[in-house]
Write a protein that binds this ligand. Sequence first.
Ligand SMILES: C[S@@+](CC[C@H](N)C(=O)[O-])C[C@H]1O[C@@H](n2cnc3c(N)ncnc32)[C@H](O)[C@@H]1O
Length: 247
Amino acid sequence: MSRQNIFDNETFFNGYKALRESDCNANDLIEQPAMRKLLPDLNGKSVLDLGCGYGHNCVDFVGLGAARVVGIDISEKMLAVAEKESADAKIEYRNMSMTDISTLNEKFDFLYSSLAFHYVRDFDAFAKDMHSVLNASGQLLFSQEHPIITATVDGAGHFNKDENGNRISYTFSNYNQSGERKIHWYVDGVVKYHRTFSDIITALAKAGFVIEEVCEPVPEEWAIQKLPTLAKEYIKPNFLIVKARKA
Ligand SMILES: C[S@@+](CC[C@H](N)C(=O)[O-])C[C@H]1O[C@@H](n2cnc3c(N)ncnc32)[C@H](O)[C@@H]1O
C-alpha cells in the first residue's frame, strides 16, 4: 500500500493526540524549536504545508505574515481538528495526499512539512513534484524521522545501557536497505519508508533543489531541564531537517 492513512485509525489517532497534548513530547521540545529557527521570511508569501495535521503550523505562518496558506493532509480526522482549532481566513485545508500535489493548480513560495515525509513511498518522484509546485527561488523546509530511526526493519532499534542503567549507545541495523518498514506505533502495521541520508539528499539535488542547510537537532538546555531523558539525543538524533531552495 503506497498511501496508508493511519491517522484516521481511531486507536492510532487517539494515541497520537494524547502524545501531542502532553507537554513533554519530542516535537515541541526538539523538532519545532529547530524548525522555527530555519523558517524564511514569510511576509506576503504563499505557503503549502504538506501533511499539516492539526494545522498549528499553518496558523503560525499567518502570524508570521504569510498571505495565503494551504494545508493538505490525507487524514480527515486530523483536518477536522485543524478546521476546528486552526481556522483562519488566509488558510485553506484540503483533504488529499501530498503525493498528488502535481494536480494542484497553483504554485507556492514556500513548501513546509513537519514529520510527514517518511510516509511517502517514492521520494524521487515526490521531490520532482515539489520542485514543480514551487515558484522561482521558492524554498522548502522539512523535517522527518532520522534515517537512523527508520532503518531497523522491525522498528526495534534500541539503547544499550551501562550497569547503572545509563544509556551509553544505540544499536540499529538495515541502514543501507532502503524501503518499506512496518512497525508497531499504537497499532500494528504502521507503514513508513526508510531512506538513507544519501537517498534523500540525492533525490532533492536531482529534482533541482540546492541544499541550504541540514540539521540533526539536539535539545536546548531548557528542554533537557524539562525532560532530562532527552540527553539521549546526544547519542543518536531523532530528526533530520533539510532546508533547500529551487535552483
Ligand atoms: C506526525 S503527523 C505531523 C502533523 C503536522 N505536520 C505536525 O507537525 O503537527 C504526520 C501527518 O502527515 C499526514 N500524512 C501522512 N501521509 C500523508 C500523505 N500521503 N499525504 C498527506 N498527508 C499525509 C498524516 O495524516 C499526519 O497528519
